[in-house]
Structures are given as structure tokens and as C-alpha cells.
Ligand binder design. Structure first.
Ligand SMILES: *Cc1c(COP(=O)(O)O)cnc(C)c1O
Length: 378
């Protein structure tokens, strides 16, 4: 089954009992047992719910994994995966990892004795240098947020296999439509499904896909123990969003490429970060492991003041955190998504005050160009 077909026919589709072509929303907490322990596969909805299960089967199929799990947010999914590790374990993270992940690792799970190093994983040597006897996992985002840095997943997975550590990839930016980390050796794939998978700015959700039964048991054990599950209605909304992922990603790709060309023509704009650009560092690696470049672009407008001016004056770009929606979104990472990263670390990473990040949506690209230009030159 090819990707676009899989988006519609993957996982569990419809309802055998009634012929409904959409999976019913099983708004239920508990299930009648015929005798003690005699049930039809469901006992209690924290442990399992048929609507959530349909979504979990779908994401498992889309990522080519062994099992999928749905959580109440991307952060809940990431938390659950981190909770499969033990006190004293060490994990190596991509340095410009999602701000919320950095906060979770450095301020929350740190309290429970999970150790972390943050390195530029776009050079595998940096990972090698950070490995210790206690390293149990390598956690990567590719492309990263907001600088779109690329990590070679095959190289990292070879290293991870050699050292016997788990390889985790947050695949939020590329989605399973463009990139399947398990094909390149990842053991665990994470998604903030709030972004492209949901796609309509109307649901917060997180997904985990694992590549083995052992990992499936561990993640399900934590899911059931800690309870950060996705509800049935949101599971259904997410499946509905995923059905159109293909057409959305294709159109977003076209719009984004055109917007990048337009940015290149503006003298005010410097440092355009976009994996599809000929001179983007890591472009070749990205093209090997992903079939599209996505809808995220970051670029420098020169100063925090000018960034503020652009953000105040755009009409079709919505000033908001988040990404991956039908509406184009615009943000200033230094003041918004990455504000929880200390200023000196932000500077180290190249997240300047004038860095603007856009998530291109599905509006007419001519309107987006005109809108951006009037806000820039106001
Ligand atoms: C948004 C995001 C998260 C967090 O997901 P939520 O659904 O907001 O909890 C994690 N990783 C990446 C790359 C993200 O963009």
C-alpha cells in the first residue's frame, strides 16, 4: 500500500457491525465482563479504548513499526518514553531540541536522576564523544526547531546499535508522510500530533511508535501506570486529520518552496534555514532520509524590533506558537517557543532576536507573499 492509500486505509477503518465508514467514538470508561476476566479485549479505557486503538494501529502502520500509543499531548508521549529509563541512566539529546523537551529533561525528569547531555547531533562525532558507560539512549530531532539542522539517522542508528543503546527520533516536523525513522534504524518514534498530523489547530495529542514487542510492553506499562492517555474524541479527530495528511503535505511543500524563493529575493532577509535549499547544511542527508522538506522556514529579519513589526502587521499569518496547521503561523522563537531556553544558550545555538519562524499553511501563496511584504516594509 502506498502512503496516500495507507492514510485512508491503514489501521482500523470503519465499523464492522454497522458498516459505518468512520471509526465510532467509543465514549466509554469501562467494559462489561461476562465472567471475571472474561472480556472482549477491553477492560478499562486507561488501559485500552477501541477508538484510541484504531488511531494507535494507524500510526503504527504509517511509521512501519510494531506498536503505537496515543497520549494526551506530545509532551505526555515524551514523558512516558523517558519514564521507561532508570535513575542514573544517561541520554544524549540534540542540542536545539524542542524547548518543552529541554525543559522537561532539565527541570523535571532531572529530579528523578535521569542524566542528559545536549550535543549537536548533526555531527555523529559529537554523539560519540558524549557517550558514557551509563548512556542508554540517543534522542534526535531532524530537522530541528527552529534552525532545521539535519542529523544522519542511519549513522546514528549504526552507532546506537554498536553501543547497545536505544535510538529515539521525534518525527514531528517531517511526519510519517515524508520520513519514516524506523526505516533508518530508529527504535522509538515520537510525534506531537498537535502539529501536522492533526493539522487543523483543534487537538493536542502525542503519539509513540516502537519497533519491538519488548519496547511495546515497556511503553504500554508506563502508559497504563501513569495514565497520560488520549481521549476517544480527540483520537477520532486525529484520525480524521490524518486522512488528509498527504494532500496537505504536498500542497504545503509547494507553498513553502515558493515562499522560500520569495524570501531569497528580499534584501532585508538573511540566513534562510530550509532543508530544501541547495546550500542548506545537511540537505543531501535530508534528501536521503526524507522525501519532502516540510513547511517550516526560519530566517533573520535583522533585529528583534523588526521581527516585532512584522508579527504585529501580518494579517494572514497568525501570530501563535505551534506549527503544522492549515493556517500559516508565524513566531519569534527567542521570545516564544524557545523563551524557556536561557539567553546565553539561545545565542550559542544561533537563535537570534531577529529570527522569525514560519509554518506555511494552505492559503493562496500570493496572498501570503503580499501579506509578508507589506508587514516587512510598513
Ligand atoms: C510541539 C512539539 C512537541 C510537544 O508537543 P505538544 O503536543 O505541544 O505537547 C514536541 N516536539 C516537537 C518537535 C514539537 O514541535
Amino acid at each position: 500500500m502506498r502512503k496516500k492509500t495507507q492514510l485512508i486505509h491503514g489501521g482500523i477503518t470503519g465499523d464492522e457491525k454497522t458498516g459505518a465508514v468512520s471509526v465510532p467514538i467509543y465514549q466509554v470508561s469501562t467494559y462489561k465482563q461476562d465472567g471475571v476476566g472474561q472480556h472482549k479485549g477491553y477492560e478499562y479505557s486507561r488501559t485500552g479504548n477501541p477508538t484510541r486503538f484504531a488511531l494507535e494501529q494507524l500510526i503504527k502502520d504509517l511509521e512501519g513499526g510494531h506498536a503505537g500509543f496515543a497520549f494526551g499531548s506530545g509532551m505526555a508521549a515524551i514523558t512516558a518514553v523517558l519514564m521507561t529509563f532508570n535513575q542514573g541512566d544517561h541520554i544524549i539529546f540534540t542540542d536545539d531540541v524542542y524547548g518543552g523537551t529541554y525543559r522537561l529533561v532539565s527541570k523535571v525528569v532531572h529530579r528523578f536522576g535521569l542524566e542528559a547531555s545536549f550535543v549537536d547531533t548533526s555531527e555523529v562525532e559529537n554523539i560519540e564523544a558524549a557517550l558514557t558507560e551509563k548512556t542508554k539512549a540517543i534522542y534526535v530531532e531532524t530537522p530541528t526547531n527552529p534552525l532545521l539542522k539535519i542529523t544522519d539517522m542511519k549513522k546514528v542508528s549504526d552507532l546506537a546499535k554498536d553501543k547497545g543503546v536505544t535510538f529515539i527520533v521525534d518525527n514531528t516536523f517531517s511526519t510519517p508522510y515524508w520520513q519514516n525513522p524506523i526505516d533508518f534504524g530508529a527504535d522509538i518514534v515520537l510525534h506531537s500530533a498537535t502539529k501536522y498530523l492533526g493539522g487543523h489547530s483543534d487537538v493536542v495529542a502525542g503519539l509513540v511508535v516502537v519497533n519491538s514487542e519488548a519496547l511495546a510492553e515497556e511503553v504500554h506499562f508506563v502508559l497504563n501506570s501513569s495514565g497520560g492517555i488520549l481521549g476517544p474524541h480527540d483520537s477520532w479527530l486525529l484520525m480524521r486529520g490524518i486522512k488528509t495528511l498527504g494532500v496537505r503535505m504536498e500542497e504545503i511543500e509547494n507553498n513553502t518552496r515558493e515562499f522560500v524563493e520569495f524570501l531569497q529575493s528580499l534584501p532585508e532577509i538573511t540566513n534562510i534555514y530550509y532543508p530544501g535549499l541547495q546550500d542548506h547544511k545537511g540537505r543531501e542527508v535530508h534528501e536521503r532520509q526524507a522525501s519532502g522538506s516540510g513547511g517550516m522556514i526560519s530566517f533573520d529579519v535583522g533585529s528583534g524590533e523588526r521581527a516585532d513589526q512584522v508579527l504585529r502587521n501580518v494579517k494572514y499569518f497568525t501570530l501563535a506558537e505551534s506549527l503544522g496547521a492549515v493556517e500559516s503561523l508565524i513566531s519569534v522563537p527567542a521570545m516564544m517557543t524557545h523563551a524557556s531556553i536561557p539567553a546565553d544558550r539561545r545565542a550559542e545555538l544561533g537563535i537570534t532576536d531577529g529570527l522569525v519562524r514560519v509554518s506555511i499553511g494552505l492559503e493562496d501563496i500570493e496572498d501570503l507573499k503580499e501579506d509578508f511584504l507589506q508587514a516587512l516594509r510598513k
